[in-house]
Design a protein around this ligand. Structure first.
Ligand code: NDP
Length: 274
């Protein structure tokens, strides 16, 4: 049976085996998908051992996405632009192809949720790895404007320059990013630390749709802020997680799984967890 895995450190929390297991059941694909804990200084060894044992592809998570980029013999354009690899696929010649499906997963989820991306004014909060991966797929949807706002302004400016040829993108300080955005996407890890961003209500209008890449059992601080402002369309990043997995599955197997039933069962699983 073809073997796949998610490699990270730590890895115990990863939902990827659950997601890919459901995709395999749904599509009738025969595959085995496991978690692999790589030592912090042993990612390359773990990967080559996995290939020798018959591994065909893997997902890469924190903190190895940059090392995966360096080990890939070939990169997709979106991985090159993102500067990180979250998916490796073993080619017939025994070399790894590196891809980045995080941004595509985000766009799949935004489309599923009915976010009108074309012509929209989008505010992206944060300029870390998740923001970098999201920018090319977001700009491909042709928003009217995309503003990247970050606590460390220089990182937002660097992203605006790096992606400038792909669309109308600019940078702004986090506390004054502009007003009246149609869509606000939070890619900061502030929610992870339970911290609120000091955003002015003027960044929104009554129809603004918000999306937090973070997910979990509880409402995130950012989504609670949006609820208190009375915004109706508020979503966490669980669908992005399932979406990036669906893109990886497609790369490996050539079959597109249906995200929705897997997202529903993953949500139920998280809510049932104590
Ligand atoms: P990084 O560490 O690369 O970047 C973190 C970003 O958050 C930086 O822009 C940082 O700003 C900003 N930040 C951190 N703390 C604060 C704070 N207190 N106030 C304001 N800004 C802050 O992380 P990632 O980009 O990899 O991940 C970001 C988030 O996205 C995480 O919550 C992660 O769980 C989520 N994520 C979700 C995925 C999904 O599938 N749903 C996939 C990938 C990520 P600065 O530059 O100033 O340090």
């Amino acid at each position: 049976m073809d073997r796949y895995a998610v490699i990270g450190h730590p890895i115990k929390h990863s939902q990827s085996p659950f997601i890919h297991g459901r995709f395999a059941e749904q599509t009738g694909e025969q595959l085995d998908y496991q978690r692999l804990l790589a030592p912090l200084d042993g990612f390359a060894d773990t990967l080559s051992h996995f290939a020798r044992e018959g591994g065909k592809g893997c997902n890469i998570t924190v903190p190895f996405k940059t090392q995966a980029l360096e080990l890939a013999a070939e990169l997709t354009e979106r991985a090159r632009l993102a500067g990180a690899v979250n998916t490796l696929h073993l080619q017939a010649d025994g070399r790894w192809l590196g891809d980045n499906t995080d941004g595509a997963g985000l766009v799949l989820d935004l489309r599923r949720l009915g976010f009108p991306l074309a012509g929209a004014r989008i505010l992206l909060l944060g300029a870390g790895g998740a923001a970098r991966g999201a920018l090319a797929p977001l700009l491909a949807e042709q928003p009217a404007q995309l503003v990247v706002a970050n606590r460390t302004r220089a990182r937002a400016e660097e992203l605006a320059q790096h992606f400038g040829r792909l669309g109308n993108i600019s940078s702004a300080p986090l506390d004054t990013p502009g007003t009246g955005f149609d869509i606000i996407i939070n890619s900061t890890s502030a929610s992870l630390q339970g911290e609120a961003l000091s955003l002015d209500a003027a960044v929104c209008h009554p129809g603004t749709r918000v999306y937090d890449m973070m997910y979990g059992r509880e409402e995130t601080v950012f989504l609670a802020w949006a609820r208190e402002l009375g915004l109706e369309h508020r979503h966490d990043g669980l669908g992005m997680l399932v979406g990036q997995a669906a893109e990886s599955f497609y790369l490996w197997r050539g079959v597109r799984p249906d995200m929705m039933p897997v997202l529903t069962s993953l949500r139920a699983k998280l809510e049932a967890a104590t």
